[in-house]
Design a protein. Structure first.
Length: 181
């Protein structure tokens, strides 16, 4: 019994493995920091690319260089935002004129894709290109799944019932005047 006590006492006085304890304590914090950094980097990259793609596409629309429908405009945005996964099914674009008589703000929030429903059965958002000299508001909403949904920033992002978060890009422009006016 005394030999066992002596062995145990010697083991309590050894300092082998003393660096392991701080490592084990701080590893979860550093992993959360790294995972949150990757998540915020991807969120920012997707937001910037969505903004850029919408601005480039709106320029074509504003200068009347584009003459198509809702699906073709979505394709135009998706071709310019290469980092949006499954862009065609993840993005909704809303285009509507702003009344210069009432200056009434838009009453509803942006229209986003409802991933819980079939895309074909979904109501399309308002998409009215407008007339010359008309003030237009355009909003694009895209849904993404977090990279790390249960850790760090991915845990705290506001998500819908399918676990996706929305990125929204909004811009306004004035249509070029019609020829002869």
């Amino acid at each position: 019994m005394t030999a066992m006590r002596a062995w145990f006492w010697r083991k309590t006085q050894e300092e082998d493995g003393s660096a392991t304890i701080p490592f084990v304590i701080f590893l979860p914090f550093f992993m959360t920091l790294v995972m949150s950094s990757l998540e915020i980097g991807m969120v920012m990259l997707r937001q910037v690319m969505l903004e850029r793609a919408l601005d480039l596409s709106v320029r074509d629309l504003r200068l009347d260089l584009w003459d198509g429908d809702y699906d073709e405009f979505k394709d135009l945005i998706c071709s310019r935002a290469s980092v949006i996964p499954d862009c065609r099914n993840a993005i909704a674009v809303e285009l509507r004129p702003v009344s210069t008589v009432t200056w009434e703000p838009l009453t509803s929030g942006p229209t986003c894709v409802n991933r819980a429903e079939d895309v074909e059965g979904e109501d399309l958002p308002e998409f009215t290109p407008g007339e010359g000299d008309e003030i237009m508001l355009i909003r694009a909403c895209s849904k993404f799944d977090p990279i790390f949904p249960t850790t760090g920033l991915g845990l705290h992002l506001p998500k819908d019932n399918t676990g996706a978060y929305a990125l929204i890009s909004t811009t306004a422009f004035v249509n070029e005047p019609e020829l002869g006016s």
